[in-house]
Design a protein around this ligand. Structure first.
Ligand SMILES: [Zn+2]
Length: 340
């Protein structure tokens, strides 16, 4: 089962979360691998996409945005696009478009920033958009402060969070064929009471500090605390992140810190895979083509094959399936927008 654990450090404005995607990640890889026109992801793409999926869940769980958080890398190398989309309930899907040879040891730059034009974009797309409400999007190039090419997604995202959100963030990310995992440590910009459980020692301690006439946000947000915890987090090796459970990792890294784990709220859901595609939707799309067009495709190719662009799952309709689509149109729902 995929899971996520959130925690804070008692008395310090530092929060964290650790995520492990297992079944959800496997579903993403299995659908792609079964697609006869794309085949499985090259290994470096698999690793990068897994890191994006884990990072997307960590970021979404921190803001609990009611809509989709979409993490995108637009590449100018053999990998044109990678997308990880995470909904407010932590359901997710992810995909990548590969158009050239990707070497087994390809770096991030070689895949998506070969000509310095690679970009990372984060979009917040509200579920129910109020009139006039915009989607929010932030974009960063894949370069650091000294114009060096960034070679780790975690550095790209940390850079993004600092630049556009003014948030100190440390991320450790890793993915293989079984697990996509991530650890996030973030310095809270200001006290967010919603993050702090009622009657917790954390709350009492901050109340005490606030009543101090010398109190300032700078004092409570002492950078050295964040720096120390970030340093500890960065000692975590990808292999440990992928193989150890959350309890073991948190204990190994932070046993000297006062770490408070959040018990999940009743409304919290575990990360899981979900895509909006279905055989019925593809059927209604074929119906939209009309009987004549469908017939000519069938004559030319023998069957109709449609792959979901968000998850890679292929839907195949042979002449008999196609005939059923037209024989019983009332049973078919109307085509969704993303398949029209
Ligand atoms: Zn799909």
């Amino acid at each position: 089962m995929s899971d996520i654990h959130k925690f804070i450090f008692e008395g310090l404005p530092v929060r964290g979360a650790i995520v492990r995607l297992t079944d959800a990640w496997l579903e993403i890889l299995t659908r792609r691998a079964a697609n006869t026109s794309t085949g499985a992801y090259p290994l470096p793409v698999q690793a990068l996409l897994g890191e994006m999926a884990a990072a997307g869940v960590l970021m979404q769980s921190g803001i609990k945005f009611d809509g989709a958080l979409i993490l995108q890398v637009q590449g100018d190398g053999p990998v044109k696009l990678l997308v990880a989309e995470v909904q407010g309930d932590l359901s997710l899907r992810a995909t990548a478009t590969v158009q050239g040879e990707v070497a087994l040891d390809a770096t991030l730059s070689e895949m998506v920033n070969a000509n310095n034009q690679g970009r990372c974009a984060i979009t917040l797309d509200p579920k129910a958009r109020a009139p006039g409400q915009q989607t929010y999007q932030g974009v960063v190039p894949l370069f650091g402060d000294r114009h060096e090419k960034l070679e780790k997604l975690s550095d790209v995202l940390a850079h993004y969070m600092l630049q556009s959100e003014q948030l100190d963030t440390t991320l450790v990310l890793a993915a293989n064929a079984h697990v996509a995992a991530g650890l996030l440590i973030q310095r809270l910009p200001k006290i967010n009471w919603g993050q702090i459980p009622i009657d917790s020692p954390e709350r009492t301690r901050i109340k005490e500090l606030e009543s101090d006439p010398n109190y300032s946000e700078g004092q409570i947000g002492k950078n050295e605390d964040y720096q120390r915890i970030a340093l500890l987090a960065n000692t975590l090796k990808p292999d440990e992140l992928l193989t150890l459970d959350a309890d073991t990792i948190l204990h190994r890294l932070f046993w000297e810190e006062n770490l408070l784990r959040f018990a999940p709220a009743a409304s919290d859901t575990a990360p899981r895979f979900a895509c909006t595609c279905s055989r019925e939707r593809v059927g209604s799309m074929i119906r939209g083509l009309g009987a004549q067009e469908t017939e000519s495709i069938l004559q030319e190719r023998g069957d109709i094959e449609v792959a979901c662009e968000f998850c890679g799952l292929q839907y195949r309709f042979d002449p008999i399936d196609a005939a059923q689509v037209f024989a019983n149109p009332a049973a078919m729902p109307s085509a969704p927008r993303d398949l029209q």
